[in-house]
Design a protein around this ligand. Structure first.
Ligand SMILES: [Zn+2]
Length: 227
């Protein structure tokens, strides 16, 4: 399963097999107390080497934009369910879908809402991305995320929806993709560890929708048990 990232990212035979990278926007604050450096635990870190996460501000409230096809809803709900063990430890839900079919511009932007989009257009130089999550943070706290799934015809992705789960997975397993992007939503960055949902590649036909022991260990750094 372990593949060479360098070759894979540029090999034509693996076009379309990759998760998107995180996109970040930094809010600069005038007066901000400095914080001690922390181990990354595979989290994105701010310039002060602090892990960036939602801290105790859970659940993350997610809106589903009207661009997202309804048959994708179940994949998202089950992806959220993959985090239920951690949610139990933390003592509250990590994610909450607060609206389905939210109307508005099909344009991820910092608007105070965390929205999931299904994008018919994608940057020509990033067509290999299956999805991308942008997190907006201040200090060491995330306050908004936007997730986009690459549904552009030029990328030629075929998404495998949950409804067809009895048949062999063909194309990109949407639930696995959502589990990965939800990891970004919580603040995790990529890892090259095989089996981790945060691995930067997802091959066609592969299901990887369960958090690994390492994923859970990392997440507990920022989302510890309240029990
Ligand atoms: Zn990713």
């Amino acid at each position: 399963m372990k593949t060479s990232k360098i070759f894979s990212f540029f090999s034509p035979s693996t076009i379309g097999l990759f998760f998107g990278t995180l996109a970040f926007l930094t809010l600069s604050l005038g007066c901000q107390r400095s914080l001690d450096p922390e181990d990354s635990c595979q989290f994105f870190q701010n310039p002060d080497t602090q892990r960036v996460s939602w801290k105790k501000n859970l659940p993350v409230k997610l809106h589903i934009h009207s661009s997202v096809p309804t048959e994708a809803y179940q994949s998202l709900r089950e992806a959220i369910d993959s985090y239920k063990d951690l949610s139990r430890e933390v003592g509250k839900p990590l994610f909450e879908i607060v609206s389905y079919g939210m109307t508005g511009p099909l344009e991820p932007t910092r608007d105070g809402n965390s929205v999931i989009y299904w994008m018919p257009e994608w940057e020509p130089d990033r067509l290999k991305e299956q999805g991308r999550t942008t997190i907006y943070w201040s200090g060491n706290s995330i306050y908004e995320v936007d997730m986009r799934i690459n549904a552009s015809s030029t990328s030629h992705f075929t998404f495998h929806f949950i409804e067809s789960s009895n048949s062999p997975v063909q194309g990109v397993d949407l639930k696995s993709l959502f589990v990965h992007e939800l990891g970004h939503v919580l603040g995790l960055s990529h890892t090259e560890t095989p089996g981790s949902v945060m691995h930067s590649e997802l091959q066609d036909g592969v299901t990887r929708d369960q958090l690994s022991a390492e994923d859970l260990k990392n997440l507990r750094c920022e989302y510890p048990s309240q029990g």
